[in-house]
Design a protein around this ligand. Sequence first.
Ligand SMILES: CC(C)(COP(=O)(O)OP(=O)(O)OC[C@H]1O[C@@H](n2cnc3c(N)ncnc32)[C@H](O)[C@@H]1O)[C@@H](O)C(=O)NCCC(=O)NCCS
Ligand SMILES: Nc1ncnc2c1ncn2[C@@H]1O[C@H](COP(=O)(O)OP(=O)(O)OP(=O)(O)O)[C@@H](O)[C@H]1O
Length: 201
Amino acid sequence: MAGMRIGLTGGIAAGKSTVTARLARLGAYVIDYDALARTVVAPGGEALPSIVAEFGPDALNPDGTLNRAWLAEHVFGRQAEPGARERLDAIEHPLIYREAARLENAHPEARIVVHDIPLLAEVIDEIPFAFDHIVTVEAPEAERIERMVNTRDMSRQQALDRIRHQSTQAQRQAIADTIIDSAQPMANMLQTVDRLYEQWT
Ligand SMILES: CC(C)(COP(=O)(O)OP(=O)(O)OC[C@H]1O[C@@H](n2cnc3c(N)ncnc32)[C@H](O)[C@@H]1O)[C@@H](O)C(=O)NCCC(=O)NCCS
Ligand SMILES: Nc1ncnc2c1ncn2[C@@H]1O[C@H](COP(=O)(O)OP(=O)(O)OP(=O)(O)O)[C@@H](O)[C@H]1O
């Protein structure tokens, strides 16, 4: 691709979507990996039959859609079998990368392409893209837990379980060349994003 490819990551509820929304407004083309993960498990999506083969028919709701809460409990929950999350990732990740490549190819005009990848630190050695810059959005764990409990209908335990299955801030910072502090006031954070975009263009 002719433009610049940016990898954007951060812990759960750190503020990635807030940052990517701003970047999209400034003109970047954003590829949202959480959205791609939802596409591949949608009815008719390629991952769904493999998930049922791996985790059993309980992984589906009666209407044939993926039972996300059931699966989240079985891959992130206290009682999750060891390796369950890795088995789910092995099904979904190759399909997500293929879809991301297709989207990129469909937007050759984009000068800045942002891959919004919550798990970039986990997949850095397997992902088939090279990034010109890697940005991580970070806020203290206690603040992220508050955000999840207050705005996402998650219990404190569910928030902690999700964090436990992710890379640490130090691991994300080790792969990043830019850190956006999302504990600072929103207006300041957005200004930081605007300045970054200016540097890239
Ligand atoms: C297990 C699933 C069905 C749970 O769905 P749920 O609606 O509860 O969560 P959602 O998809 O909205 O994800 C919210 C956040 O959870 C975290 N998360 C999601 N998957 C994973 C994972 N495999 N490992 C660690 N954290 C994860 C990310 O921070 C993500 O932003 C879903 O997360 C999933 O399909 N995960 C595997 C695919 C994946 O790797 N997704 C991340 C894209 S890189
Ligand atoms: N600088 C900030 N100051 C105050 N609140 C913020 C700031 N940045 C983000 N938030 C808030 O934190 C919450 C989580 O932000 P956002 O949804 O962007 O995170 P995310 O990293 O995309 O989450 P996920 O990992 O679940 O995809 C939102 O309610 C958002 O408004």
